[in-house]
Design a protein around this ligand. Structure first.
Ligand code: SF4
Length: 483
């Protein structure tokens, strides 16, 4: 099956290019450093107070693995349960199909405006742009998303999309967009201005779209978690609600929510409990929207599921703990990843959704330090997937005709031949030990020769030991025999 069009990568430059640009922005680095350090500390404090945190992580991993193994069954179960409760289910193979379904549903209501609760999935399919082309205006109601929309920018963090903006920047955006010349940068004033602006929309717009954090297969219930209450307004006040959900967001049983409602808030915002959790099951006379549509989106997820190593990526609950801990993300921010999914999760999810051919630099956007794996509440082995994807990138490169003259390819093949032959290996080792005398400084090679030069430009290479383990072992055996 062809990969979905690169809707989430939108012809972005490679990570190296994006990162270089981002690193020149001192304000951005300052904002990012401060914000990620604060969230990290909050998360660490609330996780440390849970004696059974590891058991919870294991439970989360087990539930998600079961979902992946039986996804087809659970999806059909979910569809039947939603329909039983009066909702309608739509299946979308890709972004184009999902956008078409949502647009037609909105057009059927006659509305030219919709309100939106923050949703990464709708960002992934670029719903706002598709609606705009159809003459429909989508109004973001999450405060951070509203900031990003008014600034006409892209989000840089999956949980705090405006993490790269400071108060002064937000004030000048609101001043202009809401016509408030006297607005200060006090958080209360900024929040009050946004509230006034959004209240009017909540009271008048009749259609809303949302994403979904979870959907329960056995009951057909859909759950959205958020911090401001704006989402609750979106989900309960309009006449028609359309939720777009990736097929992997399913949970088999109601009781599974208990595990994830403990894992998610502590890992994401560093809170013990989520401030606003809205769960609804179909439609109910006199309570909430009169029409509910659930759009189940594939958009490359079936391909991810088919990959035995990459599959674990679909366990992700979008908590952003891996993003906040990542030393690479902290310095570059989210825009460098060129996708709605930044940081370590973006580095493994985006290449799998759109193909490594479009995103060959992303699996390298990591130092492989493993901090992301340590904090992931559902134990996704991100470094393992990164290495797996790097292998795919190399294989793809090698399958290309010009690879015959690729110096990296030639070098790797030569190294493989030397490593496969003990005599050649020891000879190379000996030559290296002699040659390094010209380059070693206090135990490190700081300026390597030839192709090593670009590697050592950024890092120091530890000098080789004066005697190899094999030579030492031989010497010892010889000594033992003689004595
Ligand atoms: S990969 Fe793990 S840590 Fe990162 S966002 Fe997903 S669930 Fe959270």
């Amino acid at each position: 099956m062809p990969k979905p069009d690169s809707v989430i990568i939108e012809l972005a430059p490679s990570f190296e290019v994006g990162a270089k640009q981002a690193l020149q922005d001192t304000q951005l680095r300052r904002n990012m450093g401060k914000a990620t350090q604060t969230i990290r500390a909050k998360r660490a404090a609330v996780v440390d107070e849970m004696p059974n945190w590891e058991e919870l992580r294991e439970a989360g991993e087990r539930i998600k693995s079961d979902v992946m193994r039986n996804l087809d069954t659970y999806l059909v179960q979910l569809e039947a349960a939603v329909q039983r409760a009066g909702g309608q289910v739509h299946w979308a193979r890709d972004a184009h199909e999902a956008n078409q379904i949502v647009t037609q549903l909105i057009q059927a209501t006659g509305s030219r405006e919709i309100i939106k609760v923050k949703s990464l999935t709708t960002d992934e399919i670029r719903l706002n742009e598709a609606l705009h082309e159809a003459g429909i205006t989508a109004i973001e109601t999450d405060l951070a998303e509203l900031i990003i929309q008014l600034a006409n920018e892209k989000s840089s963090h999956i949980l705090v999309p405006a993490i790269h903006k400071n108060r002064a920047e937000i004030r000048s955006l609101f001043k202009k967009a809401m016509n408030l010349p006297d607005l200060t940068d006090e958080p209360q004033q900024l929040a009050a201005a946004a509230r006034r602006y959004l209240r009017e929309k909540f009271m008048t717009v009749k259609v809303a779209t949302s994403g979904a954090n979870y959907a329960i297969a056995e009951t057909g219930s859909v759950c959205v978690v958020e911090s401001e209450g704006n989402g609750r307004m979106c989900l309960t006040m309009p006449d028609v609600l359309i939720s777009v959900m990736g097929i992997e967001k399913i949970l088999p049983r109601w009781q599974d929510l208990g595990v994830f409602m403990q894992l998610l808030p502590r890992s994401s915002t560093g809170e013990r409990m989520n401030p606003y959790t809205t769960i609804w099951t179909g439609v109910h006379e006199g309570d909430g929207p009169r029409e509910f549509h659930l759009v189940l989106l594939d958009n490359g997820r079936s391909d991810v599921l088919a990959d035995a190593v990459g599959r674990q990526t679909l366990h992700c609950i979008r908590c952003s703990a891996c993003i906040n801990i990542c030393p690479v993300y902290e310095r570059t921010g989210g825009h460098a990843y060129g996708s709605v999914y930044p940081g370590p999760i973006g580095a493994i999810l985006t290449p799998q959704l759109v193909g490594t051919a479009h995103t060959s630099s992303l699996p390298y956007a990591s130092s492989l330090c493993g901090a992301c794996y340590d904090v992931c509440p559902v134990r996704i082995n991100i470094p393992e997937v990164l290495v797996h994807l790097r292998g795919k990138v190399v294989a793809e490169k090698q399958s290309h005709v010009t690879s015959i003259v690729d110096p990296e390819n030639i070098g790797m093949k030569a190294v493989a031949a030397v490593f496969a032959n003990p005599t050649l290996y020891e000879l190379a080792q000996r030559s290296g030990q002699i040659a390094q005398h010209f380059f070693v400084n206090e135990g490190y090679i700081e300026h390597g020769p030839g192709p090593l030069a670009s590697w050592t430009k950024m890092r120091d290479f530890p000098a080789m030991a004066p005697q190899s383990f094999r030579a030492w072992w031989r010497e010892r055996k010889h000594h033992d025999q003689e004595s």
